[in-house]
Design a protein around this ligand. Structure first.
Ligand SMILES: [Zn+2]
Length: 233
């Protein structure tokens, strides 16, 4: 009986270790890695939208610049006519001057617009560069996190495999009746096998009467208080 109880005690230790592995599995910090992945997705979307916006602004800017070149050319031609046409009628000269002023205003406005747009493009390009750095950092952290989780899971899997093999082998060596009693108790009590050390039950810390531990050595002994199977050292 003592050998059987020794095996049962070992089985209880192995099963406790299996439960500890399950707890360690649950405590793996996968949430952080998942959150990082969501941030990467969002950042990628923003980045792509900003790149598109920058491209569009640059196209508008190029169109405005070409427009400006045309306006400047028009002004040059007009001024040429104006200065060469000093002998023209007053009315004609007046009209040319009005057109000249209007063109100058238009050129000024266009230049302001281009200047503003170039400034926006510069700010956007800077934001894109910052986002790209941020994205790279996040991707790197995500990949490290994923690797660490995979390593931890693989380690836990290995440990659990070893423990399950020990559990299986112990169960084969334990008497079926004793194993059934253990399993029944296990369903309602944590650690259903208690060691008796210096006459005290390790499960509930109560004293075990000496008559109980000495008189019936061949039978399974239970703690009168907590009901655990007693294993006398
Ligand atoms: Zn007890």
């Amino acid at each position: 009986m003592r050998d059987q109880l020794e095996l049962l005690w070992q089985l209880q230790v192995v099963e406790e270790q299996c439960r500890a592995i399950a707890c360690r599995r649950e405590s793996i910090k996968a949430d952080k890695v998942r959150q990082l992945w969501q941030e990467i997705q969002l950042l990628s979307q923003n980045l792509s939208a900003d790149k598109e916006k920058l491209e569009c602004q640059r196209r508008v800017c190029a169109a405005l610049e070409s427009d400006l070149t045309k306006l400047i050319r028009q002004l040059c031609l007009l001024e040429e006519r104006l200065y060469k046409n000093s002998s023209g009628s007053v009315r004609e000269l007046e009209q040319l001057r009005i057109k000249q002023e209007s063109l100058q205003r238009e050129i000024h406005d266009r230049e302001e617009e281009i200047f503003q747009l170039l400034e926006n493009c510069e700010q956007l390009a800077e934001r894109i560069a910052n986002q790209e750095t941020d994205l790279q950092n996040k991707k790197q952290r995500h990949s490290i996190g994923q690797r660490q989780i995979a390593q931890t899971v693989a380690k836990l899997d290995g440990e659990e495999r070893g423990l399950r093999e020990q559990q299986k082998s112990l169960r084969c060596r334990i008497d079926a009746g004793l194993l059934a009693t253990y399993q029944t108790l296990n369903a309602k009590l944590a650690m259903p096998v208690a060691k008796v050390s210096q006459g005290v039950c390790s499960g509930c810390r109560r004293s075990i009467p000496t008559c109980q531990t000495c008189t019936r050595p061949g039978e399974i002994q239970f703690c009168d208080n907590c009901g655990r199977i007693l294993f006398l050292e």
